[in-house]
Write a protein of this length. Structure first.
Length: 104
């Protein structure tokens, strides 16, 4: 009985570690891809990126994982996601008053 219990607990732990590991990897990969996109496509140096944060947005489909980017000397915060073609898409931005502007 104890052995079955240990096996079940071990399986549950492995599944939990696997899921949280995947989420951690997906968020970090997206964050690095978005930073690279901002640097290359928008011609913004790394030093000008004040903050970047990958997060789970709880939105449907591919917008579940998003990255917020704050750029030096810019009051807006930009939110990016990756579509099924691996293109980085600007989903929305917020201005200094906290008003959100959706791009799609």
């Amino acid at each position: 009985m104890k052995r079955k219990f240990r096996i079940i607990i071990s399986i549950i732990l492995m599944i939990g570690i696997g899921i949280s590991g995947y989420i951690f990897y997906a968020k970090n990969k997206l964050e690095s891809d978005v930073i690279e996109h901002v640097m290359v496509e928008m011609n913004i140096p790394t030093e000008s990126i004040e903050s970047s944060e990958a997060f789970i947005a709880n939105l449907p489909g591919l917008r579940n994982y998003m990255v917020s980017i704050k750029i030096e000397n810019d009051t807006n915060t930009y939110f990016y996601y990756k579509n099924k073609n691996d293109d980085i898409i600007l989903e929305s931005y917020t201005d200094e008053n906290g008003e959100e502007y959706i791009m799609d």
